[in-house]
Design a protein around this ligand. Structure first.
Ligand code: FAD
Length: 466
């Protein structure tokens, strides 16, 4: 479809309304501004509006509506599908809106829509407080929260979105609204799991909990030959663990020269990672069984600051590398599921890729499935299939590995997925309907109300029916 032509004058008038910069293709910082975390994404927007506050966001939404430009909304820029940028459209970029304010007495944090988890942990941990975030610190708060949010505190304190108190956003008609349990309740329901479909979030208010500053952690590496036996034992451990424990397993080659000698560098391996959100002594004791499920190749478990643990995986996911990630909720990790996980971990074309198993449960299941839009409370585990590679010539082999793995693993699943690991959104409509089921209609009704023309369509999209 041909894009509408926008007069320079119109752009200048728009620019004059902004406090932040408006970046265009000829500007020196254009290439930096259009780059996102995933090096597979190479989009050329017409304009990038670096918003400084809600007023800029309102102006940007109004300009997009008037000009009919496609719109992308950027928080932390970490969505694997690269939905934070678009070709020939307007990027509403909140990456300069990273303020975080903490009220330690009320145990609340106010977080701007472009903040990362590093920003949040930095401020909240100064008071020994935290809200559940993601496991890599430079991921954006906005995209992660709107899609649900699973991190190291999930079994004790639930999803990130379960900890929302209120959300400030600019809707498609340029209106600034607050959504909470007390006002715009249906919108608040939809924002907790329905993604970026209903507007541009300028601020989140989160509940905080006492965590750390030191926590007991587990990060133990085993040889791939032990995967089947260890996962069986791990499953039993998880079934009886306290809610303070949240863990995940990742399997692959994990060829880290600093961690492993030449004898095992390219051998299959896996790690069990997690933390205990209670006291360090009891936590160390409770995590101890995970460290002795076989002979470890390496064990970095121990007591450390929670904020450091939140950053421990950062260097494994550098900006600009090539990524393709998808997911599937699993009914359980049965012997036959473990057998297939072992197969797919070994079959990865890239040594940097992993098959991940996230423990779900605890506080996540305290919230009724109808209390928020999030659609993944029913399953005990989430399978993440992460292709991570460097060579562009290996693109199709890596993408195919992820898709083939998911096709095979569907036998252990109802087919629903975690929307924050969306591949390239190639099967959006089917995925959304399978994942949300009957809830999809309720989300569509909300979309009709707040974004009937689908201005916010570059996302895990809920289609309006108007
Ligand atoms: C290295 C890495 C680690 C991850 N770890 C975890 C994890 O531990 N737990 C987990 O749950 N997920 C995790 N994820 C997935 C993550 O939740 C998603 O990639 C999420 O989309 C990232 O949010 P972002 O703001 O950085 O994304 P962006 O790419 O900036 O945005 C993605 C989408 O979110 C929406 N959006 C962003 N900002 C706003 C806003 N201000 N208002 C309205 N809509 C907005 C838009 O629809 C946008 O297209 C991880 C991803 C990466 C890359």
């Amino acid at each position: 479809m041909a894009q509408p032509t926008i007069e320079d004058k119109q752009i200048e008038q728009f620019e004059a309304t902004l406090h932040g910069d408006l970046i265009r293709p000829d500007d020196a910082d254009y290439d930096d501004a259009r780059a996102v975390w995933n090096g597979m994404i190479d989009k050329y927007p017409e304009l990038i509006a670096r918003c400084r506050g809600a007023a800029d966001v309102i102006q940007a939404v109004e300009f997009a509506r008037e000009t009919d430009l496609p719109v992308a909304v950027r928080g932390g820029g970490h969505n694997v599908a690269g939905t934070a940028v678009c070709d020939d459209g307007l990027v509403i970029d909140l990456s300069e809106m990273r303020g975080v304010w903490v009220d330690p007495d009320a145990q609340r944090a106010w977080v701007q829509g472009g903040a990362t988890w590093a920003d949040v942990d930095h401020e909240t941990q100064s008071f020994g407080l935290a809200t559940p975030g993601g496991v890599v610190s430079d991921t954006g708060v906005a995209g992660l929260t709107l899609g649900g949010g699973i991190g190291h505190l999930r079994c004790k304190y639930g999803l990130t979105s379960d900890n929302l108190v209120s959300v400030d956003l600019v809707t498609a008609d340029g209106e600034f609204l607050t959504a909470s349990e007390e006002e715009n309740e249906e919108l608040f329901w939809g924002l907790r799991g329905g993604g970026g479909n209903f507007g541009v979030v300028t601020g989140f208010e989160f509940d905080l909990h006492p965590v750390g500053p030191d926590v007991a952690t587990c990060l133990v590496f085993y040889h791939g030959d032990d995967l089947a036996d260890v996962l069986s034992a791990y499953r039993e451990y998880v079934d009886s663990a306290s809610r303070e424990v949240s863990t995940l397993v990742f399997a692959g080659e994990l060829p880290d020269e600093e961690l492993f000698g030449a004898d095992v560098l390219y051998e299959p391996k896996f790690a069990i990672m997690g933390c205990h959100s209670g006291g360090v002594e009891v936590g160390t004791g409770e995590l101890a069984p995970l460290r002795g499920l076989a002979d470890p190749l390496a064990d970095f478990s121990g007591v450390m600051p929670y904020a450091d643990f939140q950053r421990i995986l950062d260097e494994d996911y550098p900006d600009g590398m090539r990524y393709y990630w998808k997911s599937l909720y699993l009914d359980g990790i049965t012997e036959s599921a473990i057998d297939r996980i072992t197969y797919w971990a070994d079959a990865a074309p890239s040594p940097l890729s992993t098959v991940d198993i996230w423990q779900i449960g605890g506080a996540i299941t305290d919230i009724g499935v109808e209390e928020s839009a999030f659609a993944g409370r029913h399953a005990p585990y989430l399978l993440g299939v992460e292709a991570n590679w460097e060579d562009p010539q290996m693109d199709s082999a890596n993408v195919e590995w992820v898709r083939d793995c998911l096709d095979d693993m569907r036998q252990f699943s109802d087919g629903s997925v975690y929307l924050n690991f969306p591949g390239f959104l190639e099967d959006n409509d089917e995925t959304m309907e399978t994942t949300f089921g009957a809830t999809y209609e309720r989300l569509s009704a909300l979309k009709n109300e707040y974004d009937p023309t689908n201005l916010f369509s570059l996302n895990q999209n809920i289609k309006p029916t108007t």
